[in-house]
Design a protein around this ligand. Sequence first.
Ligand SMILES: C[S@@+](CC[C@H](N)C(=O)[O-])C[C@H]1O[C@@H](n2cnc3c(N)ncnc32)[C@H](O)[C@@H]1O
Length: 210
Amino acid sequence: MINTVTDAEITLESARGYEQRRFAGKRRGRRLDRLEKDFAAHLFQRIGPGACVLDIPCGNGRFFPIFSNAKQLTMADYSPHMLQACQERFGKPEQVTYIQADISSIPLSDRCVDLCFCMRLFHHMKNDEVRSSALRELTRVSKKYVALSFYNKNRFRYYKKVIRGKKPRGNYITLTHLKNLAQQAGLRYIEHTPKFNWIEQQCMALFEKV
Ligand SMILES: C[S@@+](CC[C@H](N)C(=O)[O-])C[C@H]1O[C@@H](n2cnc3c(N)ncnc32)[C@H](O)[C@@H]1O
């Protein structure tokens, strides 16, 4: 079990306000939200509306409006409060399933979705054992694609903190390192975004099953 944000920390109130609190206020939050939603929309365009999607962790449903156009959408999160907050916002259309799940042991069968989408969880993972376990599960459940975000170590925001003697919040890795772990889990790198931004730590990568 690799839960990093325990249910005790995520109250129903904080789950309900997650997207608003984290992404609606400052300009950088809004920019990141846009970037991440553009990435999700780009992926959805690639797989098409006939595809099945797993959004893990789904949080309170930031990507629901994009992925709910899929043939089947599974919204999974470790926190029951996040799942409840998401369902309160968006209801439960016929094609959508909500499940409580730990990413290191996803209660779904092998190859049951076309895309596993994992936004803003890898930077909470403290070591490679945890990352590899999550990558293996995402690979097992997907027939085709795995997309995830991570904090990129080769970015100005990381070095700025280190130079100033501050402890960076979150766990950073390089894209090369992530590619190696993904390859060991049975994934081939396709692309990452943003490509030409050397400042922002948030980075998203798309892989496909070998
Ligand atoms: C920063 S939020 C991101 C939510 C959503 N992906 C987004 O970007 O809006 C992190 C989420 O990870 C969930 N989480 C933490 N540990 C988890 C685990 N081991 N398995 C699945 N979800 C987990 C938390 O409950 C929380 O909803």
